[in-house]
Design a protein around this ligand. Structure first.
Ligand code: ZN
Ligand code: ZN
Length: 582
């Protein structure tokens, strides 16, 4: 019992200095990471009221002997950390060791642990040992934290509501499960299972266990390498999108990390496959030599810096782009309808938890079956070249907006504006990238009057504009005259197109980037030059539009990422009309 005194003095200053424990999730994080370090293959987190009234972590790891169990509550006592530089090189999850004493100083901790020999039971409250006795000898550790912050009211008031604390724990554990597919994780709140992974070692199955069948049946596997990096994981088809970037999970050498450049590369790879405000579900494992990881970043944070980052972001972006290009299918009507409820945004956590609880009971018995269905149901992937040979026959149009088409596979609804926008976008984008552009003189010179600062910007880019076929002269003070334009401009829209191009150049200001400009110009022109909704077009025009659409690089999305077409397969139709019942 003499050890009590050594501890509490060290703890007091740690608590005042430390930010180690600030919410339920940070307690869960520390405890669960200890379990992982103890090589547990099964980790169960039990919360009472979102952890506000109790946090218990049970693992089947190696456990601690009596000496280690007591030392665990002293600062810097753990054997985990050697020196800070070793953080990423050693196989533990970071420098903690301080966490357990910190937690014990502001709560009541009950620990039962055993290495298989005689077990140890320790109970500490506010940093003082209350119980220290032998216990039974099941290998592993059970640790329970109650009355968190009972002696630090200032901290206590920072705890959020049950729902928020729970949501944070769920998010944390889900990410962890994705980075450790070999470990089975369970999270229960008030005895109801919320997270449950099997520890199968199969990443796809883990994604299925976390996101459900709708997501797991729309995954594309990716795998690639360059000299320094290996990447492996799954990306979702653009039919399944989330309203926040939270579901882009990147794991570097086994650790979930956050890196804005990587997130941007992932998001950019989906460019024009999805609306900008929606984000994909992606799980990517990145493996590299640890020397490329910047260890100077605080290890309790998820943000890290990586060396040779542009080679890595290129690798990620190109791999995802290629995977999307090779795997796109027309979104099925049923898939889309079911996929519209965007689960797991934090605001919805309550309803999700409720829903999960209901589903969970059903799912538990059929879990294995479901997974095998998930594997079977994965759409037959057709190479894009094959898709381009499909033929769509127009039947008619709804409100002069949606074309109805058919072929032997089923029925299609096509948004005529979005479809033509895609066709025009690709055409304009190609034309803007041509090194030689055939030009034509403007019928009447178009005069553009600008203010001084706009003129300054435009003047700087006259050479660039000239190189893409717009020949422009200065014509008096802050006035310009367009003499030639590329022949690819749509007839009748020449002047409007020219004005839009110039507006765009000016809007980029000194952030002008030729590649971004080409993309931006192609999108703007495509949108303005395409048939609008509520415009009736002839059967022949529809037919032509559909033929051109299937020939594009991505016939399924307009350049803003909206869908161009929705498919009702024969099977979907039969199901909808209950001609078949499964
Ligand atoms: Zn548009
Ligand atoms: Zn659009």
């Amino acid at each position: 019992m003499s050890k009590i005194n050594i501890m509490s003095e060290n703890l007091a200053n740690k608590i005042s200095a430390g930010e180690v424990v600030e919410k339920v999730a940070s307690v869960v994080k520390e405890l669960v990471e200890n379990s992982i370090d103890a090589l547990a293959s099964d980790i169960r987190v039990e919360l009472v009221n979102g952890g506000l009234n109790g946090i218990k972590v049970i693992d089947n790891g190696t456990g601690m002997d009596k000496q280690d169990a007591l030392l665990a509550f002293q600062r810097h006592a753990t054997s985990k950390l050697l020196k800070e530089d070793d953080l990423f090189f050693i196989n533990t999850l970071g420098f903690r060791g301080e966490a357990l004493p910190s937690i014990a100083a502001v709560s009541e901790v009950d620990l039962i642990t055993s290495t298989g020999d005689v077990g140890t039971h320790v109970k500490i409250k506010g940093g003082k040992f209350l119980i220290n006795e032998d216990s039974d000898c099941v290998i592993g550790t059970t640790i329970e934290v109650r009355n968190l912050f009972y002696n630090t009211p200032a901290r206590l008031k920072y705890l959020k509501t049950e729902a928020t604390e729970l949501a944070n724990c769920v998010s944390y554990l889900e990410k962890l499960a994705l980075s450790y597919p070999k470990i089975s994780f369970k999270l229960l709140n008030n005895e109801r299972i919320i997270v449950n992974t099997s520890g199968s070692g199969n990443l796809k199955k883990t994604i299925h266990e976390i996101y459900g069948l709708q997501v797991s049946s729309k995954l594309i596997e990716i795998k690639a390498s360059n000299d320094d990096y290996d990447i492996y994981g799954y990306i979702c088809k653009p039919e399944i999108l989330k309203s926040n970037r939270y579901h882009m999970t990147t794991i570097v050498n086994g650790r979930v990390v956050r890196n804005n450049e990587i997130n941007k590369a992932i998001n950019d790879a989906y460019y024009t496959y999805k609306p900008d405000i929606k984000f994909p579900i992606v799980v990517i494992n990145i493996n590299t030599d640890p020397t490329l990881i910047d260890v100077n970043i605080h290890p309790t944070k998820q943000d890290i810096k990586l060396g040779k980052i542009s080679a890595l972001t290129d690798l990620i972006m190109n791999t995802i782009k290629e995977a999307l290009y090779n795997n796109l299918l027309i979104p099925s009507a049923l898939g889309r309808i079911e996929a519209t409820n965007d689960v797991f945004t934090k605001n919805e956590i309550n309803s999700i938890i409720e829903a999960n609880i209901k589903e969970e009971q059903k799912e538990e018995q059929t879990e294995l079956n479901l997974f095998s269905i998930a594997e079977e149901q994965v759409d037959v992937v057709k190479p894009n070249e094959e898709i381009k040979r499909i033929k769509l026959f127009p039947v008619g149009a709804v409100h002069g907006t949606y074309i109805i088409a058919e072929n032997e596979e089923g029925m299609y609804l096509i948004d005529q504006h979005a479809a033509q926008e895609r066709i025009n976008y690709e055409r304009f984008f190609k034309a803007l990238k041509e090194s030689k552009t055939s030009t034509t003189r403007t019928l009447f010179p178009i005069t553009i009057e600008l203010n001084a600062s706009e003129a300054l910007v435009l003047r700087e880019h006259l050479d660039f504009l000239n190189s893409i076929g717009f020949k422009i002269d200065e014509f008096g003070i802050n006035t310009f005259r367009v003499i030639e334009h590329p022949t690819w401009l749509l007839q009748g829209y020449e002047e409007e197109s020219i004005r839009r191009i110039i507006d765009l150049v000016i809007s980029y200001g000194n952030k002008f980037d030729p590649d971004k400009f080409r993309e931006g110009a192609a999108i703007t022109l495509a949108c303005k030059m395409s048939i609008k909704a509520n415009m009736h077009i002839s059967h022949e025009a529809m037919s032509e539009l559909l033929d051109e659409l299937v020939k594009t690089d991505n016939p399924y999305n307009c350049p803003h990422g909206r869908p161009t077409m929705i498919k009702f397969s024969n099977y979907d139709l039969e199901r909808m009309f209950k001609r078949i019942m499964n």
